[in-house]
Design a protein around this ligand. Structure first.
Ligand SMILES: O=C(O)C[C@H](O)C(=O)O
Ligand code: SF4
Length: 512
């Protein structure tokens, strides 16, 4: 019975972590929502984000389609069998994947094959420690790939754009942390949380940074200098004006937690783990005799119940002037769109992410893409009892990874719009101008909100790349996005990057 109970406890932890955002994270997001100016793109995005949190909770479905690299940190009393816990984790992971609570996310790095059940070499990550207490503590974080890609490690001393020299002292650390927020821009689905590790070697530094993400958002650092630094960063990183999704705005950072460990004389690392707003981490205490849950962690304070229904702000943001797009779209219509326009898509779109872009660069498309819309998205899909595919979660993925291919592919196949998040670079911008195309920024992490817009799955191609990477043919209704790169050479991402760099430079002078 112990093993069955243990499996159930871990399964519940996985489902809860994937679908129900912790109380402290909700409060931070509510605070950001309250401070954003009404009518801005950031306010509209936050309204979508909070609605999405409510929907995930209500439907017990993933908050974001990228359920990340599941990382378990476990503390056990001395006599507990750790191998049994590992076995229970494997079985629970498989079941949670089968039930659509986790996306199959474990990919063979050499062959590209998705294992389909979230198990494989190095996945999930499981780390054990022993302790003197009489219960088992299991912590889980589901940290998505987009924010993981924005982690950064500095080796001091170094030169930082906008900030100049960062030396081997508290002030140098301050500069690195501010720079880490700047370099993430909106790509890790800002506003984000950061965990910082000072010291260690390269791997211990990152471990320490990630460990900070397990601290409660509301706690105060026990080391006075670091408590001051955390407050300083929270106040000043929010002056960078990057805002939600990088649309500009008041809140760029939702939390900053800093830890320190010793280093060796030659090395001085500052490691930063960036986590998106979809900050999914929870913990349980387990009774070692029965395997049952004794207590859920992170339960302090009020729980803000975000509504699963559209709010006024969300409607207001879209109602002012929504442009309806329906594919196939003509070049003429696309050239009318300008940065800042809010669009609503009705009709067909086709998913395509990393594997598809690489494939399309050297192969024919499986369907006619002339005038069509490509959606950078790796959804969570499940078959219903009739064998039909259902979209379970389907927010955008970070588009910049497709930068080497995007412009050429749009021209080659006549694609008129791509949807993703975080924006794209100069090469794509040039192609949008030459060919007549737009980049549409969807709200990152709003996987339930977008899944709800998907009215039917009309087909799928290239399934050999696995569920997240296949080309899904989706019929949508009321799919909201913002034009952030147009065919006239304008890019909101470029503008925000420049203006935030100018603001970053205001923090050049010594503070500590
Ligand atoms: O893999 C995904 O679906 C999204 C990813 O987490 C991202 O932020 O790009
Ligand atoms: S899509 Fe955004 S919210 Fe989802 S895991 Fe990636 S960074 Fe996080």
């Amino acid at each position: 019975m112990y093993f069955e109970n243990l499996k159930k406890s871990i399964y519940d932890l996985i489902v809860e972590t994937s679908t129900n955002l912790p109380k402290d994270v909700r409060r931070a997001i509510a605070k950001a929502t309250a401070s954003e100016n009404a009518g801005t793109r950031s306010a509209m995005s936050l309204a979508t984000i909070t609605q999405n949190i409510g929907m995930a909770d209500k439907e017990v479905s993933p908050i974001c389609q990228d359920t990340g690299l599941p990382t378990f940190k476990i503390k056990t009393p001395v006599a507990v069998n750790q191998l049994e816990i590992k076995a229970a984790i494997y079985e629970s992971m498989e079941l949670a994947t089968k039930n659509g609570k986790l996306r199959p996310n474990s990919v063979d790095s050499l062959t590209g094959e998705n294992s389909g059940n979230n198990l494989g070499a190095g996945t999930p990550v499981i780390k054990f420690e022993q302790w003197e207490k009489d219960y088992i503590d299991i912590r889980l974080i589901l940290k998505g790939g987009g924010c993981e890609n924005k982690n950064i490690q500095y080796s001091l001393p170094c030169e930082l754009e906008g900030l100049g020299r960062a030396g081997r002292d508290l002030d140098g650390i301050r500069k690195c942390i501010l720079h880490s927020v700047y370099q993430a821009q909106g790509q890790g689905c800002s506003a984000g949380f950061i965990g910082v590790g000072i010291g260690g070697d390269r791997s211990a530094g990152y471990d320490l940074a990630k460990e900070q993400l397990f601290r409660s958002v509301d706690d105060t650092n026990a080391i006075p200098e670091l408590a001051v630094l955390e407050d300083y960063i929270m106040e000043n990183a929010n002056k960078l004006g990057i805002g939600t999704m990088g649309f500009g705005g008041e809140t760029t950072l939702l939390g900053c937690k800093i830890g320190v460990m010793n280093r060796i004389p030659a090395s001085f690392f500052v490691s930063v783990a960036y986590n998106c707003w979809a900050f999914r981490r929870l913990a349980i205490s387990i009774i070692p005799d029965t395997g049952e849950i004794k207590e859920w962690q992170y339960q302090e304070g009020d729980k803000i119940d975000f509504k699963a229904e559209a709010s006024k702000e969300n409607e207001a943001g879209t109602a002012e002037e929504v442009i309806i797009l329906q594919a196939p779209i003509s070049e003429e219509d696309i050239r009318q769109l300008k940065v800042g326009d809010v669009v609503q898509i009705n009709g067909m779109m086709y998913t395509g992410r990393d594997a598809i872009h690489k494939y399309l660069s050297t192969n024919d498309a499986p369907i006619d893409l002339n005038g069509q819309i490509i959606y950078h998205c790796g959804p969570v899909m499940l078959k219903d009892e009739h064998g039909n595919w259902q979209v379970k979660a389907a927010g955008p993925t970070t588009s910049i990874r497709e930068e080497p291919y995007q412009g050429d592919i749009m021209k080659k196949f006549g694609i008129r719009a791509v949807i993703g998040k975080g924006g794209m670079g100069a090469r794509t911008l040039k192609a949008l101008e030459e060919h007549g195309g737009v980049y549409l920024n969807a709200i990152g992490g709003a996987a339930q909100y977008y899944a709800d817009c998907m009215k039917s799955v009309e087909g799928v191609d290239l399934m050999q790349f696995g569920i997240p990477e296949a080309m899904w043919h989706l019929k949508v209704e009321g799919f909201k996005a913002v034009v952030t790169m147009d065919s006239h050479g304008n890019s909101l991402h470029q503008d925000i990057e420049l203006s935030s760099l100018e603001k970053l430079a205001m923090f050049k002078d010594r503070v500590f």
